[in-house]
Design a protein around this ligand. Sequence first.
Ligand code: GLA
Length: 403
Amino acid sequence: MDGISLECTYFSMDGLKERTFRQIFHSPPEILSSAPGRINIIGEHTDYNNGFVLPAAIHLRTCFLAAARPDNEVRIWADDFSEEETFPLEAIAPSEKRRWANYVKGIFWVLKQEGHRLRGINAMVWGEVPLESGLSSSAALEVSVIMGLCALWDIDLPALQLARLAQRAENEFVGVKCGLMDQFISVFGRKDSALFLDCETLDYAYHPLNLERAGLGILVHDTKVRRKLASSEYNKRREEASRALEVLKAKGARSYKDATTALLQSAREMMEAVPYKRARHVITENARVRRAVEALQKDDFGSLGALLFQSHESLRDDYEVSCPELDLLYDVGKGFPGCLGARLVGAGFGGSGIALLEKRAGGEFRKRLLVEAEKRGFPRPEFHEVAIGQGAAVSKVNTSDGS
Ligand code: GLA
């Protein structure tokens, strides 16, 4: 590794990116930050409903390399797209053409809103997290940028605040009303562990994922389906679930966390069919997260897998965020020896699913999915075997020539 020194051994990089940075900006980089994407073991569409989630950071990361400039200009080079976005700090406005730029600009915007002093920078971003695939590439980008900028400008913020500001950037600047799960796990992820988070109190606990020992692995199945309407559908689900909660509150529930299916049933006549189904998903999914934690504590992967299947059913039928390409993973997984569980991951409407698999069954399982996808005329899926990685990190760059 020439050029860039990193405190963290789990993330390594050769000097290539440093050289690219120098070629573009004619000056050396000063800091490097990186943040991971995530899978979510279980607990989908529960975060913004103040419920429970159980995500884990993955080894795929997004990186941000930056240096100060003497003026108020910001130049960001996105190495994966060979595109540059420039803007003055006085006018941080969303970009029409470049969606990636809005996640970066959103962080500048939110830090400005918080009263921090911004300065001009040159920066480069690149990443390994597949975009819009349900693996949270947006949070990885937001978190890597906020970590990098805070290090560069000596802004000292607690880790939780970093996650919250990154979420606020996405909510208010990008316009997606996401919950906190993705940014939280990107900051707090821990190697080989899943993280249980109560999204209301923000209490959290790590649970070791002893998959290797059990001969298991997690396979990500990227359907390659990307839906333009995903963010508006997402915001709609959020609104429907909160409408249902109002009725449950009138029935005495304080939040989804303490609502039961019996209480929901008693409110059946007071709710339209759609909010009723959304509420049923949230209530049962919260219960599944709790049971998943118990299963993990006993290394009971059979029970964990069964919960994954149930989660998919509920997301498909009650929350209605699946699609035929995601259902394929579930359908194939359900009858496949060696597949303990499978479900869609993240917001849904396309993107990816995860399967909990016996390692030795992985090859055959992929083959089956490829054959079935082709038969049904779906895009050819892509697979990633994910390792559970560490949360975000930042370090100063020690350039090879000392400059
Ligand atoms: C997206 C959002 C998260 C969460 C999931 C669904 O990933 O960013 O906040 O709501 O969808 O669980």
